[in-house]
Design a protein. Structure first.
Length: 225
């Protein structure tokens, strides 16, 4: 696959390209990380975060990108993904996603600057009764449900300020790729993706993070409050 500023890079790997590997193979998976420009915590604004995830999981995006797992952090997006159809260009598909979400960012930036207010997660949440919480907890632990960001307290969340929305660019341009080579590599990558919010101290368990999930081919998923 040719290098392009539209193709993001992972943090834990160098660019590892395999001689003779078919980068247009629809069965191939890649670990990808898309950083925000200057690592600004733009997705700490949960309004923007929800818009970007909605774009990622939209049918138009998934018609081109085969998404297996994802985690949107305040300053980057982790993806385990590949092309939907053989011969298609993953770089071009991600470039289209970046272009569209940048437009979402511009729109949200105008609102944030005008109102001088960022939408942050709640600092306290009223817990459900044990009888109500039990089935939800079971669904969460099996990745059959996801919490809304308004319904959970996220610890150690960055102190996002309106000034973080003054920049023109949403995404960083640098890139690299990592090809998933075997089942062990796949398991390690999935664990890395979903455990990122735990390592940052946002949640105690990866299932509680509202901006993580799996592609519809791996898990149909439900919304929960």
């Amino acid at each position: 696959m040719p290098t392009s500023p539209d193709f993001p890079y992972p943090r834990r790997y160098n660019s590892l390209r395999l001689l003779g590997f078919d980068y247009g193979d629809a069965s191939a998976l890649f670990f990808l990380t898309m950083d925000t420009d200057y690592s600004r915590p733009a997705f700490g604004d949960i309004t923007l975060a929800k818009s970007v995830l909605a774009a990622l999981l939209h049918s138009q995006t998934q018609a081109r990108i085969r998404i297996q797992a994802y985690t949107l952090m305040p300053d980057h997006l982790h993806l385990l993904a590949g092309v939907r159809e053989a011969g298609k260009n993953l770089s071009a598909a991600l470039g289209a996603f970046k272009s569209y979400t940048t437009q979402l960012y511009w729109k949200r930036s105008h609102q944030v600057i005008e109102e001088q207010r960022v939408a942050l997660p709640p600092t306290s949440v009223q817990k459900s009764e044990r009888r109500e919480a039990a089935p939800l907890l079971a669904a969460l632990m099996e990745w059959r449900a996801s919490l809304r960001p308004e319904a959970i307290e996220l610890k150690n969340w960055p102190r996002v300020q309106p000034e973080h929305f003054l920049g023109k660019h949403l995404w960083h341009e640098s890139f690299n790729d990592h090809i998933i080579r075997n089942d062990a590599d796949l398991r390690e990558t999935i664990e890395y993706i979903v455990l990122n919010p735990v390592k940052r101290g946002y949640v105690s368990k990866p299932q509680f993070y509202p901006f993580s999930g799996f592609g519809v081919e791996m898990d149909e998923g439900l919304d929960a409050t």
